[in-house]
Ligand binder design. Structure first.
Ligand code: XUL
Ligand code: CO
Length: 436
């Protein structure tokens, strides 16, 4: 029984199309800057919001109509959900998906039972991957929902909980490997603190460093060669998440000798919560060679929490794509829709509208970014803005040839610095608008 009998495979119909269930920009075989759109984005559907989201919020119960889901915690229900998930992803035409262990399979009464549940559902996932050719972008362990993790997982004050978390990641790495997962993500969950009076921050961070090394070692042991990713987020659920932004994550990785083993999974709404733009986070990760993957969504300018909405703004996606093109793409990463339909959009078909819009917004953003780059006006402006560094004293500073004495001798002779030039911000903002 098909869950979406009224939906055919979504196809590209071009910008003039009035069909809400067609792509107007995402044409998977279209080549932009030498690569197909399919390869630029490597779009991925998340299991948690799309197949497990209920629409509940702190003020009310779930609203989502999901007729295939009996609401039980049974393995049968979980396997039925797998069939629906792959029907959806296949009709959408996304090449990847991503999951938490606990989204796909129910937690049992013991670790052993939970692992058996996970194995049973993984078997169905493997069958569906083989049937459809859809691949696993990344796996991750949910170490934040169960009450045992109330103090955190790797950063808990309870050593037994650390041991449980380690066992959970061990199993999740095994299943991710078995399913051919191309990456493995750590989002901090409850790794952070609510109050420093009861927190030994140094000890918690040392434990987090130890945990990551254990994961790296085990991956090596079992031959899992996926890319490890850390996903920065500054707050929610804790008031301070240790992985607060790209810079903090890179500092943590460097401090604990993990830099060679990890890249970052940058999420738009998390960047917003950190008081940064997505463009900033991507640029920062990219310049450090740590741009691994992105969680595509958007926040709301009027709401200060992680609303995880589908991205629809061409301005935002153009900024993102400028950064991805600048750093040569995402490699084995992808554009993963860590986004959920609104509570009021409770019908199954809304899942299609949401993803089609997100994919189209990215495709249009790619075309805008590529056009900006092809014209070269923006790049030429930036290059020229730094022209004083290309020769003379600037080049001597950059190469390390000039010390403070040399700078003083240069300036004493010259008397005053050359005049500054305008940054032309408004002109450049107008220039970007020409491409929208
Ligand atoms: C939480 C979040 C997670 C991670 C995976 O804000 O983004 O869903 O992407 O654990
Ligand atoms: Co995310």
């Amino acid at each position: 029984m098909a869950a979406f009998p009224e939906v055919q495979k979504i196809t590209y119909e071009g910008p003039q199309s009035q069909n809400p269930l067609a792509f107007r920009w995402y044409n998977e075989q279209e080549v932009v800057e030498g690569k197909t759109m399919r390869d630029h984005f490597r779009f991925s559907v998340v299991y948690w919001h799309t197949f497990r989201g209920t629409g509940s919020d702190p003020f009310g119960a779930g609203t989502m109509l999901r007729p295939w889901d009996d609401g039980s915690n049974s393995v049968e229900n979980a396997i039925r959900r797998v069939r629906v998930a792959f029907e959806f992803i296949e009709k959408l035409g996304a090449p990847y998906y991503a999951f938490h262990d606990r989204d796909v399979a129910p937690e049992g009464d013991s670790l052993a039972e939970t692992n058996r549940n996970f194995d049973a559902v993984a078997k169905a996932l493997r069958e569906e991957q083989q049937r459809t050719g859809i691949k696993l972008l990344w796996g991750t362990a949910n170490m934040f929902s169960h009450p045992r993790y109330l103090h955190g997982a790797a950063t808990t004050c309870n050593a037994d909980v650390f041991a449980f978390a380690g066992s959970q990641v061990k199993k999740c790495l095994e299943v991710t490997k078995e399913l051919g997962g191309e990456n493995y993500v750590f989002w901090g969950g409850r790794e952070g603190y609510q109050n420093l009076f009861n927190t030994d921050m140094k000890r918690e961070l040392d434990h987090l460093g130890r945990f990551m090394h254990l994961a790296v070692n085990y991956a090596k042991e079992i031959g899992f060669d996926g890319q490890f990713l850390i996903e920065p987020k500054p707050k929610e659920p804790t008031k301070h998440q240790y992985d607060s932004d790209a810079a903090a994550c890179l500092n943590f990785l460097r401090a604990y000798g993990l830099l060679d083993h990890f890249k970052l999974n940058i999420e738009t709404n998390h960047a917003t919560l950190a008081g940064h733009t997505m463009m900033h986070e991507l640029d920062y990760a990219g310049m450090q060679g740590a741009l691994g993957s992105i969680d595509a969504n958007t926040g709301d300018t009027l709401l200060g929490w992680d609303t995880d909405q589908f991205p629809t703004s061409f301005y935002l996606t153009a900024e993102i794509m400028l950064m991805l093109l600048k750093y040569g793409g995402l490699g084995r990463g992808g554009v993963n829709f860590d986004a959920k339909v609104r509570r009021e959009s409770f019908e199954p078909i809304d899942l299609f509208h949401a993803h089609v819009g997100g994919m189209d917004a990215f495709a249009k953003g790619l075309k805008i970014a590529a056009a900006i780059r092809a014209d070269g006006e923006l790049a030429a402006f930036v290059k020229n803005r730094y022209a004083t560094w290309d020769s003379g004293i600037g080049a001597q500073i950059e190469s390390g040839a000039a010390d403070f004495r040399a700078l003083e001798a240069y300036m004493l002779k010259k008397g005053e610095a050359s005049p500054n030039q305008s940054g032309r911000q408004e002109m450049l903002e107008n220039l970007i608008n020409r491409y929208l």
